[in-house]
Ligand binder design. Structure first.
Ligand SMILES: Cc1cc2nc3c(=O)[nH]c(=O)nc-3n(C[C@H](O)[C@H](O)[C@H](O)COP(=O)(O)OP(=O)(O)OC[C@H]3O[C@@H](n4cnc5c(N)ncnc54)[C@H](O)[C@@H]3O)c2cc1C
Length: 387
């Protein structure tokens, strides 16, 4: 039995899966371990927005971040069409575009000008008579801006990436997952390169092996809001006066068919252990100001405490401009910074393999003798709801 894959990856979030799928397509014998469930970390908790840099440009950050991320949507769109480096033809879009709801008044108009100047053809103001009806009925006053930016259904993205190579995605027992090298040794598995895409677990593992020289990581806590049933499908940023939206709303379908509004942006920026009530209050305040006629009397609320984990930002901005890749001996420690950046991170990893002349063995080992791992649940499918 072959126990010498070309590459072993630990962590089946978007970073691990995208790279794994790409390696498999290229003929590498890649083996991916997950300690809990596929996608169960930040990836399933994300809003699924494939950023094009528009949001950051609106925030006045026509920066390296806005520029480096702007190349990503095309890669995702190609993958969705079956023409890309990974095959996402079975993945679903949640939305083709989003709206910016910019309130009237001086600051709102300023934001609008910034948007128009910097964003060009992918952004246009929608004439009030062409607004989506629910926006008009919700009493919004200001400018509605169309933004050509995809939102993906993440559970289907995970399936598209994992399913073709499922027998090479296996479970590492939770009790040994903090020491993956010892686990590999116990299984007599030796790989040419070991890649860690375990988000928060990467740094402690690097420390364990004295691989952490020059490595810094940051955690940004969020308490994401959820409400159900969603009044109508909405993918929108409520633009305010600061560089981050007051709220970012995406709509998702729960397993029982209920529509959920998932609330990020300013309303979610709070301690993870803050009460659900705090997100509810912030969201209600935002809705009362932007969509005053919206009737939320019958909705139920929930919240998801979660950390964003990424390389430490060097610049003034709140997150790094690109993914972070840290090298030590035959290990790579990787953070995409954003879901959107998964293709760029995989480029960085493949470049390292090319540089070290680690080429595909074209071997396809059946790893199904190792324990299987299931898919994680979307936050709204495991949420506790409160009135
Ligand atoms: C609330 C929220 C909303 C977001 N929205 C967006 C968005 O709309 N657009 C966007 O571009 N980005 C978004 N992001 C950022 C994006 O989700 C993350 O950057 C991205 O998902 C990180 O992917 P990852 O694979 O590095 O980590 P994760 O998705 O956290 O995956 C890590 C995986 O590794 C596993 N693991 C950990 N340790 C081990 C181990 N030792 N062995 C094996 N497995 C291990 C974990 O169980 C987990 O499954 C959002 C993030 C959050 C938190």
């Amino acid at each position: 039995m072959n126990t010498q894959p070309d590459i072993v990856i630990f962590g089946a979030g978007i970073a691990g899966l995208w790279t794994f799928h790409r390696l498999k397509k290229r003929g590498y014998d890649a083996l991916l371990f997950e300690k809990e469930a596929i996608g169960c970390g930040q990836t399933l908790a994300s809003q699924g927005i494939i950023h094009s840099g528009l949001k950051f440009a609106i925030a006045g950050k026509v920066s390296t971040l806005a520029r480096s991320i702007s190349a990503m949507p095309e890669i995702w769109r190609s993958a969705l069409k079956g023409e890309g480096e990974v095959d996402l033809t079975t993945a679903r879009k949640a939305a083709d575009s989003q709206l910016l709801l910019v309130p009237g008044g001086l600051i709102g108009n300023l934001s609008k000008i910034v948007a128009k100047k910097t964003l060009g053809k992918n952004v246009r103001e929608i004439n009030a008579r062409d607004w989506p009806e629910p926006i008009t009925q919700s009493g919004f006053k200001g400018s509605v801006i169309f933004m050509d930016e995809l939102v993906l259904d993440i559970p289907s993205v995970l399936c598209a990436l994992a399913e073709p190579y499922r027998n090479a995605i296996r479970k590492i027992p939770a009790d040994i997952s903090a020491d993956p090298m010892a686990f590999l040794e116990s299984q007599n598995i030796r790989a040419k390169k070991i890649i860690f895409t375990g988000a928060a677990s990467n740094l402690p593992i690097a420390k364990n092996h004295n691989h952490d020289r020059g490595l810094e990581v940051q955690h940004r806590p969020l308490l994401m809001g959820m409400l159900e049933p969603a009044p109508f499908p909405l993918f929108a940023h409520l633009v305010g006066t600061s560089e981050k939206p007051v709220a970012t709303i995406t709509t998702h379908k729960a397993r029982d068919g209920a529509l959920i509004w998932y609330l990020g942006g300013g309303v979610a920026e709070r301690a993870k252990n803050a009460p659900v009530q705090d997100v509810m209050t912030a969201a209600k305040k935002a809705f009362a100001s932007y969509l005053p006629d919206l009737d939320l009397s019958a909705v139920r609320w929930s919240a998801l405490p979660i950390d964003r984990v990424e390389g430490k930002s060097r610049a003034e901005s709140w997150m790094p401009d690109t993914p972070t890749l840290h090298k030590a001996e035959n290990c790579l420690y990787a953070w995409p910074t954003k879901l959107t950046f998964a293709p760029m991170l995989s480029d960085m990893i493949l470049n390292e393999l090319d540089k070290e002349k680690i080429t595909p063995s074209e071997t396809v080992t059946d790893w199904s003798f190792l324990p299987p791992v299931s898919y994680g649940q979307a936050p709204w499918d495991s949420a506790q709801w409160t009135d």
